[in-house]
Design a protein around this ligand. Structure first.
Ligand code: GAR
Length: 210
């Protein structure tokens, strides 16, 4: 199998990116993380990537006059690396339809809720406010509609009495670090098939974490 190029986009800490980089190397995937790009040049995750010998680039969205202009520059930066897959890992930008169309079928995101519940920001606060007993995260293919698109995998955790948003976020994040590398590996090994709104794992592996 030809080695696939992965480009990871981050905005901050980059702990999901880190989990993917480590799994890719430790498990010898038929893939390499070719580059990590952040819309915030000060993002902590860029330092980790550089320390791993991965090309890391800050591309400041504030230096662009419009969302379209930034996304066009981002496409150019990403495509330098001939990506088979673009992974959004805590990338906190709304993407233009042109960007989503350009990477259709090869753009993954992780969102910290059980989609379609709570698209957008402050998911854990909103889950607590709604009195949810279950919270979690979803990995999905990206479409032009924010935090929608075919779901590859979901992780669920209980909401405990007295949880703060930070406590809930930490419980969810621990499962994100297991689920996202697995989902990315499925993609690079051609184990995912999009069937309408449903994504099938061709080996029949469980697409649910708990
Ligand atoms: C993760 O919890 C991820 O699910 C979330 O941001 C965090 C990034 O953490 N993503 C979103 O909210 C996207 N809308 P990380 O930088 O340590 O991976």
């Amino acid at each position: 199998m030809r080695e696939k190029n992965i480009v990871v986009l981050i905005s901050g800490r980059g702990s999901n990116m880190e989990a993917i980089v480590r799994a890719c190397r430790q498990e010898a995937w038929p893939a390499r993380v070719a580059a990590v790009i952040s819309n915030r040049p000060e993002a902590a995750g860029l330092a980790f990537a550089r320390a791993q010998g991965i090309e890391a680039q800050g591309l400041d969205h504030r230096a662009h006059t419009s969302r379209e202009a930034f996304d066009a520059a981002l496409i150019q930066a990403i495509d330098t690396h001939a990506p088979d897959l673009v992974v959004l890992a805590g990338f906190m930008r709304i993407l233009t339809p042109a960007f989503c169309a350009h990477y259709a079928g090869r753009l993954l995101n992780i969102h910290p809720s059980l989609l379609p519940a709570f698209p957008g920001l402050h998911t854990h606060e909103r889950a607590l406010q709604a009195g949810c007993r279950l919270a979690g995260a979803s990995v999905h293919f990206v479409t032009a509609e924010l935090d929608h698109g075919p779901i590859v995998a979901q992780a669920m955790v209980p909401v405990l009495d007295g949880d703060s948003a930070d406590q809930l976020a930490a419980r969810v994040l621990a499962l994100e670090h297991q689920m996202y590398p697995r989902a990315v590996r499925w993609f690079v090994e051609d184990k995912l098939q999009i069937d309408g709104h449903r994504v099938r794992q061709l080996d029949g592996a469980s697409q649910l974490w708990s």
